[in-house]
Design a protein. Structure first.
Ligand SMILES: O=C[C@H](O)COP(=O)(O)O
Length: 249
């Protein structure tokens, strides 16, 4: 059985007080579920979030990290810094990091390697842009992103990889991939992994969908056989919406 996950990527939102208030509300309202529930607040509030959730089943992830051990990388955060405050899951390759901060597949491969070397879990994001889908290149683009950043890994490492397929045209736009489009791509991703690593890795890897998942569309998207949960942006910023999405898994 694959692990089901609902993760909230808070992006650059929420002050410390707001973070604590949202976590308090989420802890109180969180429904009983077998799925893992993860929140990813901004770096400055990660330590407070881990302390706040110490006895909670809600887990904390970072939104990014640098691949280097330490050194002259102004503004960056290392794996050891995250591990030191009890954060062992990190989102890598979000499309905003790729588009706004120039992160390439090769650069991301280094981050993935560091995460694996440090025994962390990576939630690896990828997905095509609107122009790729319009041109019918979406499968090719997604396959290349996967291969370039992840296919150098050994099969064992895949136990600590979570994939998050996020079509860029659906992020924060209110336009979501249809459940059928999500399923079609997730099945393609699983097939591509199967070809390289075999059925066991392919069947066990958790593949999340991300892009305008809301309380009113989550159930239908999550009902698809190859969709194992979601990476939620905007709707994870309100406890009631996020809780509804957790209930949908
Ligand atoms: O990481 C989350 C994704 O970027 C989705 O964001 P969204 O739910 O606001 O579209």
């Amino acid at each position: 059985m694959r692990t089901k996950i609902v993760a909230g990527n808070w992006k650059m939102n929420k002050t410390l007080k707001e973070t604590e208030a949202l976590l308090t509300e989420l802890s109180a309202k969180r429904p009983d579920t077998d799925a893992e529930v993860i929140v990813a607040p901004t770096f400055v509030n990660l330590d407070a979030a881990t302390r706040h959730l110490e006895s909670s089943v809600i887990q904390v992830a970072a939104q990014n990290m640098h691949h280097a051990e330490n050194g002259a990388y102004t503004g960056e955060i290392s794996a050891d810094m995250l591990l030191d405050i009890g954060v062992d899951t990190v989102i890598l390759g979000h499309s905003e990091r790729r588009a706004l901060f120039g992160e390439t597949d090769d650069f991301l491969a280094k981050k993935v390697d560091t995460a694996m070397a440090k025994n962390m879990r990576a939630i690896f994001c990828f997905g095509e842009e609107l122009q790729d889908r319009r041109a019918g290149n979406h499968f090719k683009v997604v396959e290349a992103q996967l291969k370039n950043a992840l296919f150098h890994l050994g099969a064992d490492a895949w136990q600590r990889i979570v994939l998050a397929y996020e079509p860029v045209w659906a992020i924060g736009t209110g336009e979501t991939a249809s459940p059928e489009q999500a399923q079609e791509m997730h099945a393609f991703i699983r097939k591509t992994i199967n070809e390289k690593y075999g059925a066991s890795v392919a069947q066990n890897v958790t593949i999340l969908y991300g892009g305008s998942v809301k309380p009113n569309n989550a159930k239908e998207i999550f009902s698809k056989p190859d969709v194992d949960g979601g990476l939620i942006g905007g709707a994870s910023l309100k406890a009631d919406d996020f809780v509804e999405i957790i209930k949908a898994i």
